[in-house]
Design a protein. Structure first.
Length: 247
């Protein structure tokens, strides 16, 4: 990763990575995915991510946690934070680049913040591990900041390349845990309000008894309910939820 060119403005996440053909990369962080909208992270963690995104910190980060704990939310939110500070940021889901990671990483040259989501997807792929190891070293030399995400710690990822495991182990860790029902309820309430409607207690309780814990699934569910409510011109009540979702 080369140093950013002087005078470069901000860009949406993965603008450079989008040059890699056929990689389904996110072009823009959804408005729900901002640091200030993340539920359950200690303030110190959000401050750490904000400082790195804005270039105020040299610490590289590795965000770890099971599926559905909000890793992608924090990575996309960090890209949005960097963009607001006038810094060029790129987001790459490693599952989309597995098997051709060297090419994808080359497309990220010149960014000031790079976030690499899903280290699990390239663990055990030696060519991809070698490509990431070299990109990691080039980014260090260039002053590029990197945020990684994985489900488990580097020591248990199953990496074949000891040197890559060593580099990743040097990153500061952010550990995420699944939200409890109170946390999931707060996510649903906040996201409903940003869509312009209030999720009342009976409807919220009904949803919490029937939906999964995955944050991405919760967002998709609210989008579906939002569209259904607008189409039917009805408030989101328990009878309406039963009609739309069954049960």
């Amino acid at each position: 990763m080369k140093p950013p060119q002087s005078g470069a403005g901000s860009s949406s996440p993965a603008s450079a990575a989008a040059q890699v053909p056929q990689l389904p990369l996110a072009l823009k962080a959804p408005p729900d995915q901002r640091l200030e909208t993340f539920v359950g992270a200690p303030p110190a963690v959000l401050a750490q991510l904000r400082g790195l995104a804005r270039g105020d910190s040299d610490d590289w980060l590795l965000v770890c946690g099971p599926a559905g704990t909000g890793k992608t939310h924090l990575l996309l939110a960090s890209c949005a934070e960097a963009g607001e500070a006038g810094r060029r940021a790129a987001y790459l889901p490693l599952a989309a680049a597995a098997g051709r990671l060297a090419e994808a990483l080359d497309a990220l040259e010149g960014h000031e913040l790079v976030v690499l989501d899903g280290l699990d997807a390239i663990a055990g792929r030696r060519d991809d591990e070698v490509a990431l190891f070299h990109a990691h070293n080039r980014a260090r030399a260039a002053g590029t900041r990197i945020i990684y995400a994985s489900r488990v710690n580097p020591e248990t990822l199953g990496l074949q390349l000891p040197d890559l495991r060593s580099r990743l182990s040097q990153c500061a860790r952010v550990a995420l845990q699944p939200l409890d029902d109170d946390g999931r309820g707060e996510v649903l309430r906040q996201r409903a309000r940003r869509r312009g409607w209030e999720l009342e207690a009976p409807a919220l309780d009904w949803l919490l008894r029937r939906v999964g814990r995955d944050l991405g699934g919760l967002t998709a569910l609210l989008d579906r309910l939002d569209r259904a409510s607008l189409a039917a011109q009805r408030r989101i009540t328990v009878p309406f939820l039963r009609q739309v979702l069954g049960g």
